[in-house]
Ligand binder design. Structure first.
Ligand code: F6P
Length: 551
């Protein structure tokens, strides 16, 4: 058995943070604002076109310093350099994690096993551009000569969430007239409902799978191909209508997709970091390559900011260390991401995979058990909708839930009044979390409405809101390809910095494998292809019997 890793919790910076937490335990953020008129501007940093207002945190200059010192003590600078340089940062799979190279400019040099990978990345971008332009211009058509009108992206996890987020978020930047659909779930409803609206002769399918081994993706692709053949398509026409993005060209060929119709993925890109690669084809086909390149440029600007800005002005570093602060010192179990922008409604889903698949780990890089909490549960949804659902628990529940509010200063719609109302909602929620309302204030308010003193006293505890609940506000001028690229890259780097502190491998995902393995043993039993013995335990056997009894 590996030893418990006690290194982190016995560091002097960690102990200093324990003491800082003790000191701050009885301080309300209201007091921090009262005592420092400049707090709002002093706790605000900018980078890559984004502004982070982190003034509403249980933070003093001293505790912030300790957090940044902890980052330094954990070797952040060295680990960051290793990430960008293509060192083996995914230790359990012995791979680099070079999503940053996917958005590096053409003159950069990034080597993997002695070979500069940047030229191949740019050749792939050029191929994506050629395909996108050919589809948009009608030069590339379906088997009847009709223009493509629809693209179905079949993929799951990282081969789905990022492209879907971006294609939907940048809808106002659409170029051409392609409608993109996403099929992910093995629940047949997903593929059936999607196909029911489409015509084979005008539909292009992208099979998106780094491994080309993912059950959901392969099964959905088989259904799509059969639907294509059943509705007028021919075997020869499959080549015109099915393309793949994969690192497993051989498997794609076995499926019937020729290398000419296959775009590369590489071992050194993790699925959840892959939207910047050809996995981003649904984005390019929907928005045009100009906007895809602008997305890459925005992410590149954030990469530069992350590499160069000093820790006290570095957005990913500050956001990551605040997460460490609440996770490890204030017992926060979850983190809410609350975009106040309808276009960003899929952001929490993408960040869930990014953060929870990356930092949902319980041993250090060397395999020792951690003796501290690691990745919190990330969840969220768009404001203002969430205010009428889960914000109640954020404000008055027993749990501490730090939140990120994300909002553009200018909207992409013409209803100006609505944007002011949305902005007001965002600011009011952040203020309510920070300041709350004391019982005395609640009681006074009730008295002011004419309520009898007794009744006011009885009701006041229910109306009091403790406040002192931390949040960040992330602002951008407007939601553009550049700012969205920067925003996603910001969270990628935040995730990485957290993993450096927790000393975990944020680029593997062994935890998802066991379920796949067990599922492969159960399926033949449900299909009647395997009988006898046990599937592992009586509870599973019992429900297999129930399923089979329904024929
Ligand atoms: O099962 C998890 C996972 O491996 C993710 O990390 C990945 O993004 C997803 O499955 C899809 O994998 P692939 O692109 O190989 O089909």
């Amino acid at each position: 058995m590996p030893d418990t890793n006690a290194t982190l919790t016995s560091r002097k910076e960690w102990l200093a943070l324990n003491a800082a937490r003790e000191q701050l335990a009885s301080t309300h953020m209201r007091d921090l604002f009262r005592d420092d008129p400049d707090r709002a501007t002093r706790y605000q940093v900018e980078g890559a076109g984004l502004t982070l207002d982190f003034s509403r945190n249980r933070l003093t200059d001293e505790s912030l310093q300790h957090l940044l010192q902890l980052a330094q003590a954990c070797g952040l600078e060295k680990r960051r350099a290793a990430l960008f340089d293509g060192d083996i940062v995914n230790v359990t799979e012995h791979r680099p994690a070079l999503h940053t190279a996917l958005r590096a400019d053409e003159s950069s040099v990034v080597c993997v096993q002695g070979e500069n990978i940047v030229p191949e990345i740019h050749r792939t971008l050029a191929r994506m551009e050629a395909l996108t332009n050919a589809v948009h211009s009608g030069e590339r058509t379906g088997f009847t000569g009709d223009r493509f009108t629809d693209v179905v992206s079949i993929g799951i996890g990282g081969s789905f969430l990022g492209p879907k987020l971006v294609a939907e978020a940048l809808h106002p930047y659409r170029q051409g007239s392609i409608t993109c659909h996403f099929v992910a779930n093995i629940d047949g409803t997903d593929v059936t409902e999607t196909l029911s609206t489409l015509k084979p002769e005008t539909t292009l399918f992208l099979v998106q799978s780094k491994s080309f081994r993912t059950q959901e993706t392969l099964e959905n692709s088989l259904v799509a191909r059969q639907w294509f053949l059943d509705n007028g398509g021919t075997d020869a026409a499959v080549a015109k209508h099915f393309m793949a993005v994969t690192a497993n060209v051989e498997e794609a060929r076995r499926f019937g997709i020729e290398p000419d119709n296959t775009f590369p993925m590489w071992d050194w890109v993790g699925g959840r970091y892959s939207l910047w690669s050809a996995i981003g084809l649904p984005i390019a086909l929907t928005l045009g390559m100009k906007h895809f390149r602008a997305l890459l440029a925005g992410a590149r600007t954030m990469d530069e900011h992350f590499r160069q800005a000093p820790p006290e002005a570095n957005l990913p570093v500050i956001m990551a260390m605040l997460s460490v602060w609440y996770t490890n010192f204030w017992d926060a179990q979850s983190h809410a991401v609350l975009p106040y922008d309808e276009y960003l409604k899929f952001l929490p889903e993408h960040l869930q995979q990014l953060d929870m698949e990356s930092n949902g780990k319980r041993v250090t890089q060397r395999g020792a058990d951690v003796n501290y909490q690691t990745g919190p549960i990330l969840w969220g949804g768009v404001g203002a909708n969430g205010q009428h659902a889960y914000h109640q628990l954020i404000h008055q529940g027993t749990r501490l839930i730090p939140a990120d509010f994300i909002i553009p200063l200018k909207a992409r719609h013409p209803v100006a009044h609505h944007h002011a109302a949305l902005f007001a909602n965002c600011l009011s929620q952040a203020r309510a979390m920070m300041a709350g309302k004391t019982e005395a204030e609640a009681e006074q308010e009730l008295l002011d409405t004419g309520l009898a003193p007794d009744a006011a006293r009885r009701l006041a505890p229910h109306k009091a809101i403790p406040g002192n609940r931390p949040c960040n506000i992330l602002l951008m001028e407007q939601l553009t390809p550049e700012s969205l690229g920067a925003l996603i890259a910001l969270y990628e780097h935040r995730t990485f910095v957290q993993s450096v502190i927790w000393d975990i491998d944020c680029f593997d995902q062994w935890g998802v494998e066991l379920g796949k393995q067990i599922g492969n043993e159960i399926l033949p039993r449900l299909l009647g292809e395997a009988q006898g013995g046990s599937a592992g335990d009586s509870a599973t056997d019992n429900l297999i019997r129930l399923f089979l009894s329904r024929g």
